[in-house]
Each structure stands twice: as structure tokens, then as C-alpha cells.
Design a protein around this ligand. Structure first.
Ligand SMILES: N=c1c2ncn([C@@H]3O[C@H](COP(=O)(O)OP(=O)(O)OP(=O)(O)O)[C@@H](O)[C@H]3O)c2ncn1[C@@H]1O[C@H](COP(=O)(O)O)[C@@H](O)[C@H]1O
Length: 108
């Protein structure tokens, strides 16, 4: 995983272990999983809209917001980047993953 993801994982874990005043991550942990998931949903919708609107700079910002909230959710759920990377490595070993393609699926 890239260093940026690893440092974010580290900072998020630090916030869990050593709560800090004015930390947005601590605020999310205090509110709990429902609030975290609500933010993941909101940031997902904002990312979709930014992609649809073709605003590249805004899209990069929204993707950052989404990845951050996703990583807070992973921490709350006990999922590590190492586990995600292991799964990615397994998939990277496969080729030709496209399942049977039907003409009727073309627009779905
Ligand atoms: N990457 C982020 C990051 N991306 C987005 N955000 C925050 O996510 C929030 C999302 O914005 P919104 O306007 O949707 O939310 P809001 O209305 O302010 O909040 P809600 O009341 O809806 O929860 C903003 O407050 C952003 O500041 C982030 N907050 C923190 N980080 C990282 O986490 C680290 C630790 O941050 P703290 O925990 O605040 O010290 C930082 O150094 C960053 O690396």
C-alpha cells in the first residue's frame, strides 16, 4: 500500500488510542458506526456527482473525502489495509475475470 494510505491508517489508529480535542476522527468514533456509515454514504454520493459533472479537481477532493471516511469505517470494523492488500494480491493473480456477457446486460 502507498505510504499515504499507511500514514492515514496510523493517524486514525492513533486517534482511537489517544483521543484528541478538536479531532474530526475522534468526533466520528464518539458518534459511532451509524454516523461513520452515513458519512461514507454522503461522500460516495458526492463522488458520483463530481464524476458525472466532469469536474476533475472537485472529483479528486471528493475521492479523498471518501477514502478518508472509508478508512475510518475500516478501523471501526477492525479491517486493516494489510488485509485489503492481501485480497488485492489474490485478485491480481487472476486474468480474464469477466463473467458471461449478454447483449441484454450491455446497458446495465
Ligand atoms: N483526510 C481527512 C479528511 N477528509 C475530510 N475530512 C473532514 O471530513 C469532514 C467532511 O466534511 P462535511 O462538510 O461533509 O462534514 P461536516 O458537515 O463538517 O460534518 P458532519 O457534521 O456532517 O459530520 C470535514 O470536517 C473534513 O475536515 C477529514 N478529516 C481528517 N482527515 C485526515 O485525518 C487526519 C486527522 O484529522 P483529525 O482527526 O481531525 O485530527 C488529518 O490529518 C487528515 O489526514
Amino acid at each position: 500500500m502507498s505510504k499515504a494510505f499507511e500514514s492515514m491508517e496510523y493517524v486514525i489508529q492513533q486517534r482511537r488510542e489517544q483521543p484528541m480535542e478538536k479531532s474530526y476522527t475522534c468526533y466520528l468514533f464518539e458518534k459511532g458506526m451509524d454516523k461513520i456509515l452515513k458519512k461514507v454514504g454522503e461522500e460516495t454520493a458526492e463522488t458520483i456527482i463530481a464524476a458525472k459533472n466532469g469536474d476533475h479537481e472537485n472529483l479528486v477532493g471528493e475521492i479523498n473525502d471518501l477514502l478518508y471516511h472509508l478508512m475510518v469505517m475500516m478501523n471501526e470494523a477492525g479491517v486493516t489495509l494489510a488485509e485489503v492488500e492481501e485480497e488485492m494480491d489474490k485478485r491480481a493473480g487472476k486474468i480474464g475475470n469477466l463473467k458471461q456477457f449478454h447483449v441484454s446486460d450491455h446497458n446495465t
